[in-house]
Design a binder for this molecule. Sequence first.
Ligand SMILES: [Zn+2]
Length: 446
Amino acid sequence: MSSYFNEEIETMTRDELDALVDARIKYTVKYAFDNSPFYRKWFKENDINASDIKSHEDLRELPIITGKTIREKQPPETEEFEFRCDGSEIYTIHETSGTSGTPKAFFLTWDDWNRYAEKYARSFTSQGFGKGDCVVVCASYGMNVGANTMTLAAQKIGMTIIPEGKCTFPVRIIKNFEPTGIVGSIFKFLHLAKRMESEGLPPQESSIKRLVAGGESFAEESRRYLEEIWGVPVYNTYGSTEGTMCGECSKKVGLHVPEDIVHLDIYNPQFEDFVNEGECGRIVLTTLIPEGEKTGTLLLNYDTEDTTTVVSREKCLCGRTHMRIINPQRETETVWVAGNPFNKVDIERGVFQRDNMDYLTGEYEAFLYGDEMETALRVSMECEDPENCDKDMIEDNFIKSFLEFKPHLQQVHCDGNFKILFNFTGPKGLEFYKIRGRPKRLVDRR
Ligand SMILES: [Zn+2]
């Protein structure tokens, strides 16, 4: 089994890789000027020459594009889709789900599809998948690019795909076809494990050798718990319609960014400059086009609204030289209390403390109430059996781990101005069960 999908690119030296990135930035910016109505106008209005953008540092001269910018530059706001490139044959058209307003349109060429698939092919291979593997894809098909590009990636590797689209498929699928992997999300894997157990096929005794998790950020504790109940490694991935796709390799020391096709800069909160190496900041994405290839939608400096930290740009234990980042977190899932931020993932860490999981299902939701002076965080957790649940222990574990690396918040908590309250429910007792769509696990009700 070969351990690389594209060895030459994946193991380039840092200098070669940086030179390739700069060359592609130059080509991509020229492509934007030649083909994108938005950028053509922008360069003209700002009196900047596309040829002045020569390296990734120069990208700071270009505007930061947000989801809002895309919506403002497409019908009905404008006559045409200004981010759609002229002169490229569009193969598919996509829209985002529109959870935060009007759906954003994306246009993909066949080159785009192959580039997206290459990212997944590299990621799968780095996780030990190869020819002869069979993978159930539980990410949804349809307008979502991810599931479809994974399927195309499988063809390039020689893998079999079972395109279920959801994790509610019958256990028969695993019994009959003996897949070696599943692509899904942490909570889907939890539910599936329970269902398999109750139908007489314990996950540990199944054919599954690896799980690939994506779609949302999660705590290391929930990954560890899943690995325990499935008895296999769980690998993390991070992807979006806008073109990011990073995956953990089998060493699990950060997510590799395919730097030759996806350029990530990490900005400070004011978007004035890049953060120092090793500091947390906002992920700003630039799609890179290899010379001669075409693209349908071109985004330079796209603000993903996610945050991360670079782990390393040094060669990984797996031999890959492409940089590694920590599991990105969504800025929209971060709240501030008394000047201190915390994320949904911090709540999840508290819930998934190992001893808690002897009583809990893992499902939870948290709400913030109060005002400037006094804030209360109310955490609801679902129990298998609320009557026989060691609530004191769970509460202690939660508070200890939640406040562990947050000295300021700990102080506010001690002073009594930040209360943490708990609520335990039986199965299906959480509020989010009554609302359609993906559960919101941390809701600010202040
Ligand atoms: Zn690696």
